[in-house]
Design a protein around this ligand. Structure first.
Ligand code: PLP
Length: 418
């Protein structure tokens, strides 16, 4: 064990789980260099944060420029233009009909928590419906909504009153859209009146849950259910947002729109920022002071966010997301291993799920991850059974480096399924 690893174990708690046994020295676009002298192709991108790559020169320049003016004032005390400009841009771009308003925070968990606060203020109700397999953050209410017990809730005293979980459709695991929509009726028969439900929160493509895309009929069913009972519909796009799925927002794939969208991660291009955008009449239900935060909408992060939006447009990252995703999907499907139970792709939100003897195999996924790391490719797992490898490369990755990563992947998958 390295000295630094020993210091890590001594100085920081176990609850902060760490994947790598090496430390980062430097990063550029899709490459990470470790203090161990090794180079890695980064297919984790800071967990979906770096759609525009590490240290995009335009982001570095925008943030450096901001550093020369001011680094922090607290927007709620002394406001600044970049916050407003970014809100205006998001209002223009978000797939929600009518007049919209946007506000910013720092983490994805804050975005989902604030979205439900807005919904509660609008409806004066207490209940929330979320889904199994979902991930909405680690803060108290956000983890209450998260639909995975281990490691997020077990032994942590999580018992948020008024949060119920429906089932999320998943063909491979035999959950139909009908089953999923019926689970809402079941919740409203057995646990809470639909007239006490403030919000339904869902991910248009579940992230931590396994990159499971919500079928169109499911999203339409949620919209209809929400409309029937006056419930606020919240789309959590923290992981799907800002080009990952080949659209700026994954909800653009659907014919119905949510009332509020949560965003974070790739909005800041490596700087911490999150936000919610929603129908103006809903967003204005919280009185002044009811939302915000000391660092919420930091001027460094709003400067970065404005640049991210320009880069996505000017570097055609939506197109690139679709092209790379298509290449990876075809590559994975072409491997022909019987252990590959399914390949899923919405743009570059691509995942491969492994089964062995008709059962989900977290062993294979873990092996793929470990072998890939030893060959210089950083991968993340996900899925309710931990048997899915997800791919989150920067969309700015050079083609040659992407092809090199696929060659490594071919080798390590072949080795892992042996
Ligand atoms: C869909 C979704 N919502 C919320 C979060 C929480 O974001 P954060 O870790 O920034 O609080 C995540 C993080 O992975 C996420 O994927």
């Amino acid at each position: 064990m390295s000295d630094l690893m020993k210091r890590r174990e001594e100085a920081t708690p176990k609850g902060i789980g760490v994947l790598c046994d090496w430390f980062v020295e430097k990063a550029e676009n899709a490459t990470l260099w470790g203090t161990n002298g090794k180079e890695y192709i980064d297919f984790a991108a800071g967990i979906a944060v770096l759609n525009v790559g590490h240290r995009h020169p335009r982001i570095i320049e925008a943030v450096k420029k901001q550093l020369d003016y001011f680094t922090h004032t607290a927007y709620q005390v002394t406001p600044y233009e970049s916050y407003i400009e970014l809100a205006e841009k998001i209002n223009e771009l978000a797939p929600i009909s009518g007049k919209k308003k946007t506000c910013f925070f720092t983490t994805g968990g804050e975005a989902t928590e604030n979205a439900i606060k807005v919904a509660k203020a609008k409806t004066k109700r207490y209940g929330i419906i979320a889904f199994g397999g979902s991930f909405h953050g680690r803060t108290a209410a956000a983890v209450g909504m998260t639909g995975k017990v281990v490691p997020y809730k077990a032994e942590l005293g999580i018992g948020m009153v008024g949060i119920y979980h429906g089932v999320y459709p998943n063909k491979l695991h035999n959950i139909s859209v009908e089953d999923a929509l019926k689970s809402l009726d079941h919740i409203c028969k057995s646990s809470i009146s639909p007239y006490d439900v403030a919000a339904i929160i869902f991910e248009p493509v579940q992230g931590e849950g396994g990159f499971n895309p919500a079928p169109k009929e499911f999203v339409e069913g949620l919209r209809a259910f929400a409309d029937k009972y006056g419930i606020v519909l919240i789309a959590d796009e923290v992981q799907t947002g800002f080009s990952r799925t080949g659209k700026l927002f994954a909800m653009e794939y659907h014919s119905v729109s949510p009332d509020i969208i949560c965003m974070a991660k790739s909005l800041g291009g490596g700087f911490p920022i999150s936000g919610i955008v929603g129908k103006a009449e809903i967003m204005d239900c919280v009185s002044a002071g009811g939302m915000g935060g000391t660092y919420a909408g930091s001027p460094l992060a709003t400067a970065a966010g404005l640049e991210v939006l320009k880069i996505i447009k000017e570097e055609n990252l939506l197109d690139r997301s679709n092209k790379l995703g298509e290449q990876l999907k075809n590559f994975l499907q072409g491997l022909g291993h019987k252990e590959i139970a399914e390949v899923r792709a919405v743009g570059s939100m691509v995942a491969v799920e492994f089964f062995k003897n008709n059962e989900p195999s977290s062993d294979i996924a873990k092996k793929v991850q470990t072998l890939a790391m030893s060959k210089g490719l950083l991968l993340l797992t996900c899925g309710s059974y931990g048997n899915v490898i997800r791919f989150l490369y920067p969309l700015t990755i050079p083609q040659e480096q992407f092809d090199k990563a696929l060659n490594i992947l071919k080798e390590v998958i072949a080795e892992a399924v042996k």
